[in-house]
Design a protein around this ligand. Structure first.
Ligand code: MHF
Ligand code: KIV
Ligand code: MG
Length: 305
């Protein structure tokens, strides 16, 4: 399971054959730059869900219920879950927490006909009471609470539960106790945030949106920065764009006529510039292949024009 927040990330995750996509409220952090997940609204989550749904066909798509959209009552939870499915197009919803009121909300959503994924352990929407992004289940008492919460969510009808930031004995015990699948986040990991696994951000510059440790399966951020830098340098050096790169063609005759019309109108400078550009394009096109740069773009261009 990997998160996705927009069309292009959904296309990538689908192409990689990944089974589940989470449209996570972590979008607040990695897509919008907030320091935690609390600010994102249900309306904004719906936009992210719609974009992801357009990009992915095969994976099961789960949408996070954002902070403030399901805590007040079971009725509010059902209403928000219905919107995620009906307007967002997701296949299932995920909600954080295992307190009795959350378990009742999960049951009500399932009874409304919507599949629910639970989420216990570190529940980022509760940072205010947890005191930060802190691992959970590190004492016997809190470890038991994690297992009990997971069991209660299963009993309420959840089809899976995410166990986030819990020690491996706690994840193992909960997984053994449950019949439904457990999805581990940061432990034995099987859900990762897209940007984390691709290495999209260079810590520590973006430490507020990048958790301390996560296996990086790529270094995409560095690839992006390199490409953007090369583009900027080529534009600054005026080596890109060159005449041959333009796909918009004008016949030599039209170019000449265009220049004389400009001249008649009194735009002498423009006429000269247009004629020079036409001349330049002409020269490039008629160069012999061996005179061309070994750059593939130029060579391909010579064949076309
Ligand atoms: N990019 C990103 N990746 C995530 O995994 C993620 C988000 N955003 N946003 C929502 C939550 C927040 N998450 C986080 C954020 C920070 C830590 C973190 O730094 N944990 C420390 C401290 C643990 C402790 O104090 O007990 C760690 O070392 O793992 C963990 C999970 C997981 N989720
Ligand atoms: C980290 C995962 C489990 C999540 O809830 C999110 O990305 O929002
Ligand atoms: Mg989330």
């Amino acid at each position: 399971m990997v998160t996705a927040y927009d069309y292009s990330s959904a296309v990538h995750v689908d192409s990689a054959g990944i089974d589940l996509i989470l449209v996570g409220d972590s979008a607040a952090m990695v897509a919008h730059g907030h320091g935690n997940t609390l600010p994102i609204s249900l309306d904004l989550m719906l936009e992210h869900c719609r974009a992801v749904v357009r990009g992915a066909q095969r994976p099961l798509i789960v949408g996070d219920l954002p902070f403030g959209s399901y805590e007040s009552s079971a009725a509010q939870a059902v209403e928000s879950a219905v919107r995620l499915v009906k307007e967002g197009g997701v296949d299932a919803v995920k909600m954080e927490g295992g307190a009795p009121s959350r378990v009742s909300a999960a049951r009500a959503i399932v009874e409304a006909g919507i599949a629910v994924m639970g989420h216990v352990g570190l529940t980022p929407q509760a940072i205010s009471v947890l005191g930060g992004f802190r691992a959970q289940g590190k004492t016997i008492d809190s470890a038991l609470k994690v297992v009990e919460a997971a069991l209660a969510l299963q009993e309420a009808g959840c089809f899976a539960v995410v166990l986030e930031c819990v020690p491996s004995p706690v994840a193992a015990a909960a997984t053994q106790a449950l019949q439904i699948p457990t999805i581990r986040h940061r432990g034995w990991i099987s859900v990762l945030v897209y940007h984390d696994l691709l290495g999209m951000f260079h810590s520590p510059d973006h430490s507020k949106v990048t958790p301390k440790f996560c296996k990086q399966f790529g270094n995409v951020g560095a690839v992006i920065t390199k490409a953007l830098t090369e583009y900027r340098e080529e534009v600054e050096a005026r080596s890109f764009p060159d005449a041959i790169c333009t796909p918009y063609k004008m016949s030599c005759k039209d170019a000449d006529d265009f220049a004389s019309v400009l001249q008649k109108m009194g735009f002498d400078g423009s006429a000269a510039a247009a004629a020079a550009a036409a001349d330049n394009a002409e020269k490039l096109v008629h160069r012999k292949p061996q005179e061309m740069s070994t750059n593939g773009v130029l060579t391909a261009g010579a064949a076309v024009y």
